[in-house]
Design a protein around this ligand. Structure first.
Ligand code: SAH
Ligand code: MG
Length: 196
């Protein structure tokens, strides 16, 4: 049963420190898919397949292409997707997303990968977005670090990463072709709707 499987996946994520989407963020994305009749989704950052399975569960016609670069997680995702009986609806790609390209177009692109790469990923895959499609990015608040005074953040690497998340926020807010809503859901999500 799907409910049991989801419980097991969440438990695995907890034990193995896999940063799957928060319940409220997941709920928002699923609602979005339902409300806007999204059918064809590209996900960057499969991890162990949790969000891909949840998105597919919204409607029997939803199909997901999803990219993961970590072998252990990719293999775990294969197992979970099989157990969910969604092998024919979830297409897994084992590679670094920055090496992947295709011509297919998607109604929704969900970016949930390395925070520092958000802008690069956005720029790489936006040509794969249908006109009037949407790009959703997770982890915009970076666990509250974005709101902090940079001087309070001790590690230099972390400060740089926080700067990148902020720069991406600015990039989205100023992008002429997208109208972006920043929502305080889960770890902060950006919903960028293509307007031209
Ligand atoms: N969307 C998942 C969670 C993803 S966690 C869920 O909610 O269930 C982020 C994942 O992105 C990690 O597993 C990490 O290995 C992967 N990742 C980060 N940068 C990547 C890249 N450039 N290409 C492919 N995968 C990447
Ligand atoms: Mg995330």
């Amino acid at each position: 049963m799907l409910e049991e499987l989801i419980k097991d996946i969440k438990n695995y994520a907890d034990v193995n420190n896999v940063p799957i989407m928060s319940d409220s963020g997941m709920r928002y994305v699923m609602n979005y898919i339902s409300k806007h009749s999204v059918r064809n989704i590209l996900e960057i950052g499969t991890a162990i397949g949790y969000s891909a399975i949840m998105m597919c569960s919204v409607h029997p016609e939803v199909v997901v292409t999803t990219i993961e670069r970590d072998e252990k997680r990719y293999l775990e995702a294969i197992k979970n997707i099989k157990k969910a009986k969604m092998e024919d609806r979830i297409h897994l790609i084992y590679n670094d997303a920055l090496e992947v390209s295709f011509d297919e177009k998607f109604d929704l692109i969900f970016i949930d990968a390395a925070k520092a790469q958000n802008q690069k990923l956005f720029e790489r895959f936006e040509r794969n977005l249908e006109s009037e499609g949407t790009i959703i990015t997770d982890n915009m608040n970076f666990h509250g670090l974005v709101e902090k005074d940079p001087e309070e953040i001790k590690s230099r690497d972390l400060r740089q990463l926080v700067r990148k998340v902020k720069d991406y926020h600015t990039f989205l807010a100023n992008h002429y072709a997208y109208e972006t809503e920043f929502l305080d859901v889960g770890d902060g999500i950006a919903v960028s709707h293509k307007i031209v």
